[in-house]
Ligand binder design. Structure first.
Ligand code: FES
Length: 1109
């Protein structure tokens, strides 16, 4: 594939590799070709991870390096994106740049729709903070005086030798979907409307089918099992013809259900290739529609898709011909041919619809055990699509005035509402914060960065692809690659491992198992399985295929058979888990690993190899996404690679493919909750008993504070950790607070429903007020929580909205309830060198995860411009006992340590400055200085006395159908540009958790969702149309540095306001139908769950029909 060609053959590392299956867009490049028909050069974005080099004949490829680099110049796209804080960890940013670059090469002034479409095909790194920015920056909304316009004369020139005529085609089999769309868009306005119905249906379908990169690569006649082909072919199967070119001439074949079913006479023969496809004009009495329903709005495979066509007898509503086809139901497209035949001759009315639904449900049978799950939902979609088609046709007939006679009565307003297109508007963001000099520090010197929206330190390198992630490090001499052999059964005993077969495979050097670990084989979790294997995906040995003989034991997979509230999600971290171990002399070992805790890596590797810590050098420059998911798991990977490097004597490099990453590294903690609650008529909760069950997987993992956090802004709790035979989980975003918070808010909704009170009233009456004690007796002041609440209630004119709206408060603890994690001495947490030329090198224990920790570390204490300061990698060679960069404490802990160092340095410089007050910094610094620190002041928390956390963060979000308002108490933000980005990103990430991200296991404990095709995270199109973030003004925090508050995972929970807004809308729909209101939707509230919770006529029809079978 092209991506690997870049790295291995031409040594270009700007193009990143995130998923390998076309799902994330990190690997986007621009492919340029000459179109011999239009005689124009076309530029399209494409996923290089899927692009075979052999398909590039006649094409030119542009990578991010060609677009711009720090030397000699960056492109204006890159400059805008960086300076407007449009990146976070930066891993996917080169792909984003290439998507926009390709767009601008085709359209110098693209519309907003085109910009959104260009970014649709990409997932942002979860928590990628600048969802809004990505759009606004490229749309030219930034100050155009500040940035130069795109200069087309400086762009790469298409190689003239590639401008040659290719083949003559009708719609060529190699015509990609994006090309086809462009052709149709040009053709449709020039044709009579009645001829274009099929093309319009096609264009409508292409709007949401895959992303632009995929549409630029995929051809419509690709393969019968690919959805694009299924969708295209269902428009009008009788009329489409494929032209085959066998060795002895050409033939045409109807693209009908027989072809789709693979009938021999209607299929390709050996040595035949598809040359073109003919999609003829529609006819006057034709109606053609296409439908698809996917997990998410864009860039997702459909759950069910369908194409329907009807032909009426001229001037009547009598059916002459009807075709109904469905994809996503079986292994190929299914035709409701018999149903259609029975409906011929019928008139297009309600009776016909009822009959049609019954016939289709009978014919397109989906047994409860059908593959692909969601059986009832899929059956509901069969008839829902049919109903929609029925209305579309009815409306069309009504519009057709033939010989002065209308064929159908006008549709009621209610039915017309069902025909509305779900069009997302253009997302707009508002960010409001106080600038530092207007509040705490009047007269702040211009070089002091604190409180100012400074650009991310690596922003430019993110956009040019020059930021070096572990994946980008060039191989060293003799480096070996490592692959893992994982367990394939949920609970087994290893009887033997026979590596002999694997060792005979050419190139295999060794097989490494637990026996090769000289010291400790991991701690709570074994690095290499030793005896019993307790989940699918557990690592047994490293290198290649070995024979493993198992003895089956009984697995435990679930925490409850019947659940009322279940999370079953897994995070996505864009950069894959990478690790490079490099041996040096004297038993030293360099370890380069994508981790949130370098010190733990050092400790684990040293223990595994029976070495002192001083022999292990762990290095971490920057991580491509982490968010809590790279705290503990990389420790095991480090041990695995280190043991292999130790055994073989070679450097060892290993990276997990996306599916292995999802299999091994765990996910969100599935959460099951039960509650009993006693309340008064006014909604006041008097007694509550919450029982929480966390699926803790097979080993001790990272859940810790759910019991303390579950109270959110209210009250009390008992927690249970359940050991199961599933992989253990991670602390991704907020440990388990998002799950626990949703659970408790669900209880509040239930109380509101029972008392028939507005939800916000029940929340208000139960929220903490003034200075109060938490349920675990920690004193805190709820004043800022109430300020956020009242401010947010005011924003969207809350009280004017009747349904589909929710406002959610949040009280979230910072850090950990083990004070060890907040304690550092400056001497082991930071090191500041002042060089003789006055430049300053800062290193500290925090890891740059994209959250801008290095940028925030640019301290005011030395009173010098930022340009004097450089921050380099985090390493155990400079910081001896760093802490986790997690729990939103990274900046606070490390900034305080750096501050202490700088203050000590300044004390030493002070007498020199006083002696020479007119001198400059360079004059005072004529020695290289390096000082040890004094003790860092511990935070005021004291677990034993009931202070589990140093302080709390407050925030409120309000969501309704088109917008979200967030009011956050961030106190005095060190860098508002970065902090607001964190809030926006975490919120969207929360929306993913609560509405999209769902993971499935087989009954045998095998994970079924292992990649972006089955596991969806939010994309650009999921941003609220109006997204406003306000930072609470005039707020202070005496505990943290510069009176700031840690930002990060806290805002994640606020995404639940979307969950509750949807729940509110569903409740309104149920109320209209007179259904009971005491329903409890599980999270994530996916399209399937929303549909089933609405319990409409179609779900009822499907259930009734199923009960009669
Ligand atoms: S790496 Fe190519 S799309 Fe994700």
């Amino acid at each position: 594939m092209l991506k690997f060609f870049f790295f291995n053959a031409v040594h270009l590392s700007g193009t990143k590799y995130g998923c390998g299956v076309g799902g994330c867009g990190a690997c986007t490049v621009m492919i340029s070709t000459y179109d011999p028909v239009t005689k124009q050069i076309q530029h399209r974005p494409a996923n290089s991870c899927l692009f075979p080099i052999c398909s590039l004949h006649g094409a030119a490829v542009t990578t991010v390096e060609e677009v711009g680099s720090i030397k000699p110049r960056i492109h204006t796209i890159q400059e805008r994106l960086a300076k407007c804080n449009g990146s976070q960890c930066g891993f996917c940013t080169p792909g984003k740049v290439m998507s926009i670059y390709a767009l601008l090469r085709n359209h110098a002034e693209p519309s907003m729709e085109k910009i959104i479409a260009a970014l649709d095909g990409r997932f942002q790194t979860v928590n990628c903070k600048k969802y809004n920015k990505g759009i606004n920056i490229h749309s030219g909304l930034c100050n155009t005086e500040e940035f130069p316009p795109v200069d087309p004369t400086q762009e790469f020139i298409f190689p003239p030798e590639l401008i040659v005529g290719l083949i003559d085609f009708l719609i060529g089999a190699a015509c990609c979907l994006a090309q086809l769309r462009d052709i149709l868009m040009k053709a449709v306005p020039k044709l009579a409307e009645e001829k274009t119905k099929i093309y319009q249906a096609f264009l409508q379908h292409l709007r949401t089918l895959a992303g632009e990169q995929m549409r630029s690569m995929a051809v419509c006649i690709q393969h019968r099992n690919i959805e694009m082909f299924l969708s295209c072919s269902t428009f009008d199967y009788r009329l489409n013809r494929l032209q085959f070119s066998p060795t002895d001439g050409k033939r045409q074949i109807l693209l009908n259900d027989q072809f789709l079913a693979g009938c021999e006479h209607a299929d390709l023969k050996a040595k035949e290739v598809i040359v073109s496809v003919l999609i003829p004009y529609s006819m006057k009495d034709d109606f053609i529609s296409a439908f698809r329903q996917a997990e998410s709005q864009k860039n997702a495979l459909s759950i069910v898709n369908s194409g329907m066509r009807i032909l009426f007898s001229p001037g009547t509503d009598t059916i002459v011909d009807l075709s109904i086809l469905y994809g996503g139901i079986g292994s190929t497209i299914l035709s409701a041919r018999k149903s259609c035949e029975k409906l011929i001759g019928r008139q297009w009315n309600d009776q016909m619809l009822n009959e049609a639904c019954r016939l289709v449900l009978e014919e397109i049978f989906l047994p409860p055990s059908a593959l692909g799950r969601k059986v009832e939902y899929r059956r509901t979609l069969l008839v829902s699509f049919l109903f929609r088609f029925y209305l579309e046709v009815l409306h069309g007939l009504n519009q057709m005035v033939r010989t002065g006679q209308e064929l159908c009565a006008e549709l009621s307003q209610e039915k017309m509402s069902a025909l509305g297109m779900l069009q997302s508007g253009i997302a707009q963001g508002v960010q409001i914060y106080q600038l530092s000099q207007t509040i705490h520090t009047p007269g702040q010197p211009p070089q002091d960065p604190v409180g100012r929206p400074i650009m991310h330190q690596s922003g430019i390198k993110h956009t040019t692809g020059e930021e070096v992630y572990i994946d980008d490090i060039r191989p060293v001499d003799g480096e070996l690659s490592l692959a893992l052999v994982t367990n394939i059964k949920a609970h087994t005993k290893i009887m033997s491992i026979n590596a002999s077969e694997a060792l005979q495979v050419p190139g295999v050097v060794d097989v490494v198992t637990a026996r090769d670990v000289p010291g400790e084989n991991g701690k709570d979790e074994q690095a290499y399985a030793e005896d019993k294997v307790v989940c699918v995906g557990q690592i047994i040995c490293a290198v290649v295929a070995v024979k493993i003989v198992y003895e089956d034991l009984e697995p435990i997979l679930t925490i409850e058979v019947t659940i009322c509230l279940l999370f079953n999600n897994r995070f996505r971290i864009l950069e894959l888990e990478y690790l490079l171990d490099h041996r040096r002399e004297d038993k030293e070992m360099d370890v380069y690993v994508s981790t949130q805790h370098a010190t733990d890596v050092q400790e684990f590797v040293a223990s595994a190899l029976n070495l002192q810590y001083n022999k292990i050098m762990c290095h971490m420059k920057c991580v491509g996404g982490a968010f809590g998911g790279k705290i503990t798991k990389p420790l095991l990977f480090a041990v695995i690679a280190a043991v292999a490097a130790n055994k073989t004597g070679h450097a060892v490099c290993f990276a997990l493919e996306r599916n292995m990453d999802m299999l091994i590294t765990g996910r969100w903690h599935p959460f099951f909750g039960k509650y009993k609650v006693g309340f008064m008529n006014d909604g006041r909760i008097r007694a509550a008993d919450f029982q929480c069950y966390i699926n803790g997987g097979c080993t001790k993992d990272e859940f810790e504070s759910v019991i303390l956090d579950i109270e959110n802004s209210y009250l009390k709790v008992q927690g249970h950790a359940c050991k199961t035979n599933l992989p253990s989980n991670t602390a991704f975003r907020g440990f388990e607070f998002p799950q626990a918070g949703l659970f408790v808010e669900t209880c509040i909704v239930a109380v509101a429903t029972q008392t028939d009170l507005p939800h916000e009233k029940v929340r208000e009456i139960n929220m903490y007020k003034r200075v109060n004690l938490t349920s675990f007796k920690e004193k805190f002041d709820a004043e800022n929580l109430w300020k956020c609440w009242e401010e947010c209630l005011d924003k969207p004119d809350y009280y004017s909205k009747k349904k589909g709206i929710a406002i959610i408060p949040m009280k979230f603890s910072v850090g950990f309830n083990a004070t060890y994690f907040h304690q550092v001495t400056s001497s082991n947490q930071s090191l500041v060198h002042i060089y003789i030329d006055g430049s300053v090198l800062v290193t500290h224990g925090g890891i740059e995860l994209g959250q801008g920790i290095h940028t925030k570390m640019s301290h005011r204490e030395l009173k010098i411009p930022l340009s004097y300061i450089h921050l380099c990698e985090t390493s155990t060679t400079t910081v001896t006992s760093g802490k986790y960069t997690a729990g939103s404490t990274g900046t606070e802990i490390n900034a305080r340590a750096v501050q202490d160092v700088c203050q000590i340095l300044w004390k030493h410089l002070d007498p020199i400055q006083r002696d020479n007050p007119n001198g400059k910094w360079e004059d005072w610094v004529n020695l290289s200085l390096c000082f040890l620190l004094l003790n860092y002041d511990k935070p005021t928390s004291d677990t034993e006395k009931g202070h589990a956390f140093p302080y709390f963060r407050f925030g409120v979000s309000c969501s309704e159908n088109i917008g979200t308002d967030i009011v956050m108490d961030a106190c005095f933000t060190i860098n508002p540009a970065i902090d607001i980005g964190q809030i926006e990103g975490a919120f969207i990430q929360g929306v993913g958790l609560y509405t999209l991200e769902e993971i499935f296991f087989s009954p045998e404990g095998e994970q079924l969702t292992l990649g972006p095709d089955t596991y969806k995270i939010p994309a650009i199109c999921d941003i609220p149309e109006q997204f406003c973030v306000y930072l609470l003004p005039n707020s202070c925090n005496s505990i943290a540095i510069y009176s700031s508050k840690g930002v990060g995972e806290a805002r994640f929970f606020l995404g639940s306001s979307v969950f509750f807004a949807i729940q509110d809308a569903v409740a309104a729909a149920r109320k209209e139908r007179g259904l009971p209101m005491d329903f409890t939707p599980n999270s994530p509230l996916t399209v399937e769950r929303i549909c089933m919770a609405c319990d409409d006529v179609f779900t009822e029809m499907v259930r009734l029909f199923s009960s009669l079978l």
